[in-house]
Design a protein around this ligand. Sequence first.
Ligand code: HBI
Length: 98
Amino acid sequence: MPTKLTGAQRTQALAGLSGWRDVEGRDAITKAYRFADFNAAFAFMTRAALMAEKMDHHPEWLNVYNRVEVTLSTHDAGGLTELDVKLAAFMDSVATGG
Ligand code: HBI
């Protein structure tokens, strides 16, 4: 079971990400992605979904046309863990063409 990131550990983990911010009142992080069109947004979601399934760690996300709003937290741990950081980094790499 992954353990919650706290203090310096949490700060350090988030320092490696870009554009993610804390969710008010929740131990979670969120980011809004904007793509060229729906196809690009859904292609991003498809790749992220395959990784989420492989990790057995799933995002909370909303898609409206070319926008994808993602929130990550580890429900089993009640907060942010390395799994969220890993999935966030993967999503950023996909979004930037990685
Ligand atoms: N996804 N974000 C998130 N958090 C979890 O705790 C989680 C998950 N996906 C699957 C999962 N846990 C399973 O391991 C448990 O539901 C059994």
